[in-house]
Write a protein that binds this ligand. Structure first.
Ligand code: SAM
Length: 316
């Protein structure tokens, strides 16, 4: 098990100047490749110049890092990588501090240092430095936030019960709770994500609306107690998304929306077929930085939905 990073440790940063699109694409790929408990990848802009930064807690094997970058972005990029030892400070915070605020529809995801810069007509979501996925910079998170923004614009979710499966930093749960003023059940398999999501929910004054539990998948009794959900997010990966299609469909209200992400374009059709088989239809497809987010709607004509409606109309 890797040593827990300490704020007293010096760290190493490798920097690479690139144009915006390749910088974002490379940062996304590296964030997938490196263990987030050891390495923080960020992509930042200053005065129109973009830089990918890779922060290492332990001194990295520079040849190996260049080889990874060469595979992802070519030999020229690998050669241009500049390594620098930086003074002791919180290395995770160093990565997050470098992140610029991200806007997605009505939402702006930002760090503490940008709190004052959130426009008054936006919903600011402050994400604290932590070992959990979801700073808003990744194409999957931004895709889910944009999907939420459009769902809210298109229709009122009066009786919204919301589920955030694989909550990470809690960013989607916080966005939904803040925008809709409704309760959210959030879950994650990773205890560090659960701690981060709880902390971020409190930080964003949404602690009373968001319950976060540590569990894998959808088997826990609490999901059934809190169902049926009108809106569900699952930003995971293709394999678990396919596995969750049937149990998730059973927890949905008629006409519910499901936002799926974590999909490469080549995976989107496989995810779609799994959810179509459960009576969900594609409503919107968002592609950002090489990642696909699908918005699906449950048809009230599907046998599962009809059975739910019949159950609700039966005398107690
Ligand atoms: N929802 C956040 C966002 O959109 O930025 C985080 C998404 S991150 C890509 C996926 C999260 O799902 C991780 O925090 C991971 O720990 C969690 N996860 C992976 N498999 C899971 C499972 N079987 N059950 C619950 N959570 C899971």
């Amino acid at each position: 098990m890797p040593a827990k990073p300490s704020s007293a440790d010096a760290s190493t940063v490798a920097r690479l100047p690139l144009a915006e699109a390749p910088a974002r694409a490379l940062a996304d790929q590296l964030a997938e490749i490196f263990d987030p408990s050891e390495v923080v990848v960020s992509c930042e802009e200053a005065a129109g110049h973009w830089t990918v930064s890779i922060h290492f807690h332990a001194p990295p094997n520079e040849t190996a890092v260049r080889a990874v970058v060469a595979l992802a972005a070519g030999a020229d990029a690998a050669n241009a990588l500049a390594f620098e030892r930086i003074a002791a400070r919180d290395w995770i915070k160093a990565g997050l501090d470098a992140l610029t605020p991200v806007q997605a529809g009505r939402f702006v995801v930002h760090g503490a240092h940008d709190r004052a810069r959130v426009p008054v007509n936006r919903i600011g979501i402050e994400i604290e430095a932590a070992l959990a996925f979801g700073t808003g910079h990744h194409g999957t998170t931004r895709g889910c936030l944009l999907a939420l923004d459009r769902i809210i614009k298109a229709r009122k979710l009066d009786t919204a019960r919301i589920l955030d499966l694989g909550t990470g930093s809690g960013v989607l749960a916080i966005a939904a709770a803040r925008a809709l003023h409704r309760c959210v059940l959030a879950s994650d398999i990773d205890p560090r994500a659960v701690r981060a999501a709880r902390g971020n929910a409190r930080l964003n004054r949404a602690g009373a609306l968001i319950a976060v539990m540590q569990t894998s998948g959808l088997g826990a009794h609490r999901f059934r107690i809190r169902a049926p959900f009108d809106l569900a997010f699952a930003n995971i990966l293709l394999a678990p998304l396919k596995r969750f299609a049937s149990p998730l469909a059973r927890l949905l209200a008629p006409d519910a929306r499901v936002v799926l992400s974590g999909l490469l374009p080549a995976h989107a059709n496989a995810a779609l077929s799994a959810y179509r088989a459960q009576g969900l239809a594609l409503e919107r497809r968002i592609e950002l930085d090489g990642w696909v987010t699908l918005v699906l709607k449950r048809s009230s004509q599907h046998p599962h939905a009809r059975a739910d409606i019949a159950r609700r109309h039966r005398a107690p």
